[in-house]
Write a protein that binds this ligand. Structure first.
Ligand code: SAM
Length: 265
C-alpha cells in the first residue's frame, strides 16, 4: 500500500493506494489537478476516478456533490476509503462501472465532468514497458484503444447529453493519442474548446504510474520534479519530499507538448 500526501491548490490530500491494483496519479493526473476550473456549489463527475484524487480535490475546493466513476472495483473501494480519510465522504458518491452506463443515470446532472480516461494507444511501445508487465492490471487502465482516443471520443458523445446546461467538460490531449479525432468529436457535438494550459511531461509522467519513480527518487531527500525538462520557464513545480507531493504555480513553458482543455457547451 502506497501512502501519499499531496499539496495541491492550497489543499492537503492523503491517499492510500494499493499500487498493484489501482492507478497511482502520474504527471498527467497531477497536471490536470492543477488546471481544472471549479466553482463552489457545483456538481462534478470525475470519470476514471482511480484512487479518487480529482474527486476529493473537487470536494475540498467546494463542490456540493462529486460522483467518482470507475470500471475498477478496486479503484472505487480505494477512492471511497480515501474520501473518508480526507473528511469529504459525505459529498462524494463512488460508482463502479463505465461512464457510458452511469452518466445518463446520475440524479444530478454535473456542471463539470473531469476525465483522466486511458489515452495510450493499445499497441504502442509504452504499453510493453517492464513497468507495465509488473502491474498488468494498471497497464489495462492506460489502454485507450486503437489510437488512444476511443474512450475519450465516446465520453465526448456521452457528455453532450449528460451535462447540466452550460456544463463543462475538462479533458487533456496528449501527444501520443489521436487528438485530432477528439477535437473533431468535440466540434461535432457542438462543444466550444478553450485551452487552459500546456506542458511538457517528463518521462516518468508518461509511464504506467508513478510508483517506481516515487520509490526510486524520493529517497528521503527533497525531489523537485518539473513539468518539462525545463530549460525554460515552468508551469508548475511538483515537489516530492519523502513521498509527499506539492505543486506550486509557475509561468507557462514556451514549447507545449500537451494541452489541458476545458470545453463549454
Ligand atoms: C489513467 S487512470 C486515471 C486515474 C485517476 N483519475 C488518476 O489521475 O490517478 C484511468 C482510470 O480510468 C478507469 N477507466 C477505464 N475505462 C473506464 C470507463 N469506461 N469508465 C470509467 N472508468 C474507466 C480505469 O479503471 C482507471 O482507474
Amino acid at each position: 500500500m502506497l501512502n501519499l500526501t499531496y499539496r495541491l491548490r492550497g489543499q492537503c490530500i492523503r491517499l492510500k493506494i494499493p499500487e498493484k491494483r489501482v492507478f497511482v496519479p502520474n504527471f498527467v493526473g497531477l497536471f490536470n489537478a492543477t488546471q481544472f476550473r471549479i466553482r463552489r456549489g457545483e456538481t462534478v463527475a470525475d470519470v476514471g476516478t482511480g484512487a479518487g484524487l480529482h474527486a476529493i480535490l473537487c470536494a475540498k475546493l467546494g463542490a456540493r456533490l462529486v460522483y467518482g466513476i470507475d470500471v475498477s472495483a478496486d479503484a472505487v473501494k480505494a477512492a471511497r476509503r480515501n474520501a473518508r480519510l480526507n473528511g469529504v465522504a459525505g459529498r462524494c458518491r463512488f460508482l463502479q462501472g463505465s461512464f457510458a452506463d452511469w452518466l445518463p443515470k446520475l440524479r444530478c446532472r454535473p456542471d463539470l465532468i473531469i476525465s483522466t480516461l486511458p489515452n495510450t494507444p493499445g499497441a504502442s511501445r509504452l504499453m510493453r514497458e517492464p513497468a507495465m508487465r509488473e502491474s498488468p492490471l494498471v497497464a489495462r487502465f492506460l489502454d485507450g484503444g486503437r489510437d488512444g482516443a476511443e474512450l475519450t471520443v465516446d465520453l465526448v458523445k456521452a457528455a453532450r447529453h449528460s451535462l447540466a446546461p452550460e456544463g463543462r467538460l475538462h479533458l487533456h490531449l496528449v501527444a501520443w493519442s489521436n487528438s485530432r479525432r477528439t477535437l473533431a468529436a468535440l466540434a461535432s457535438q457542438g462543444f466550444q474548446v478553450l485551452t487552459l494550459a500546456r506542458a511538457h511531461i517528463p518521462l516518468w509522467g508518461q509511464r504506467c504510474n508513478a510508483v517506481r519513480a516515487i520509490r526510486e527518487r524520493a529517497q528521503g531527500r527533497p525531489w523537485l520534479v518539473r513539468f518539462a525538462d525545463f530549460p525554460r520557464r515552468l508551469e508548475h513545480d511538483v515537489r516530492i519530499v519523502e513521498g509527499r507531493l506539492e505543486a506550486e504555480p509557475r509561468p507557462l513553458p514556451r514549447r507545449p507538448a500537451e494541452a489541458v482543455v476545458e470545453v463549454a457547451l
